[in-house]
Design a binder for this molecule. Sequence first.
Ligand SMILES: Cc1ncc(COP(=O)(O)O)c(C=O)c1O
Length: 414
Amino acid sequence: MTPPVSLLVEKPSIAQFNPPKRLLMGPGPGNAHPRVHAAMSLPQVGHMDGAFLAAAEEIKTLLRYAWQTKNAFTVPCSGTGSAAWEAAVANLTSPGDTHLVLVNGYFGLRHCDMASRYGANIVKLEKPWGEVFSDDEVAAALAEHKPDTLWVAHAETSTGACQPMANLGEMCRDHDCLLMADTVTSIGGLPVKLDEWGVDACYAGGQKALSCPPGIAPLTFGDRALRKMDERQARGEVTANWYLDMNMIKQYLVVNDFGVPRVYHHTAPISMAYALREALTILAEEGLEASWARHRASAEFFWDELEKIGLECHVPWEHRLPTLTTVKIPEGVDGGKVVTFLRENYNIEIAGGLGQLAGKVWRIGLMGYNSRKENAALVCAALRDALDAQGYYRAPGLLYKTRAHLRTSFHGSA
Ligand SMILES: Cc1ncc(COP(=O)(O)O)c(C=O)c1O
């Protein structure tokens, strides 16, 4: 008989996990597509298996379509959007570089923090949260500060504003500066045209309009960015982040034509790669233009429905993101209680504001698989109920003003 072993930590009594079923209508993650969940349970293969490497090549092809880029270096990065972001920063920043950062929300501040950790001098161009930058403002800042990199959030998830991108690439080329763009909340949900816009480095997230769970993130570098990586390497600069060193990872993920064998770097997240591959396949089946149009249609429906229950959006119509809407919390309403009410009574997740907008807005996402009018209508019904619970809906004329009411009272004919 073996003597009983005494364990330092006793066996815990924890049952199988059974999470609640929520409708995820916040700033992300959204609910993944059921086909994506199914793909995650496909048989595992190893990360050096030809079958897996073939799937990785398909992901790269699908990503080029989603982003509208011909960049050869377009890869799935292990980790969430922030990992792909940090990969862009770590590989493309030399100590002493100047990063001009367009700060009109929370994520602009995150870039300042991240890039400064890699030795960048940070120059902020700031705007109130919810506004966007004009080409002239950016051009003047480029001329004044002569940065090495301009960073911009195409879709600022903290504010719901969409930054016009069309001319930024050309302006950056005039100033010999790299353009780095965050498309975490735009990829798949609204037009993103990296090559047309002249974006040199870009990252995204899977868990928003791509309908994939968080854990794997798209990353792409254009020729100018790759040249900068080569120059850094030629100077003997080592990327100060081992896990995200793209010079090493490209030996695993980016094959050349000479039959050089792939080199192991880290164990790729196999099931997450299956998920992203399936999510991107679904996007391609629907077609980019159809996906953009669906996101636009459900967002416009949502904005109209919000107006009918007397709620206002924080961002002017012309700069609103279809994927993420910031809704002003009416005076006197406890925004946090509304978030809790929706979760407890409707199993719906929405979120409050971040930073400057904390306590001032709710953030409501219509992303990917969830971007449907039926979800927009359900959220509005739940919001109305939540406001009612705080005594607001009953107050005549205070919130419940439909567009028709406003129009007739404006003309004095009601
Ligand atoms: C605009 C933007 N950038 C970056 C991130 C970071 O992505 P993740 O949370 O996947 O790391 C987010 C996440 O919401 C985001 O909205």
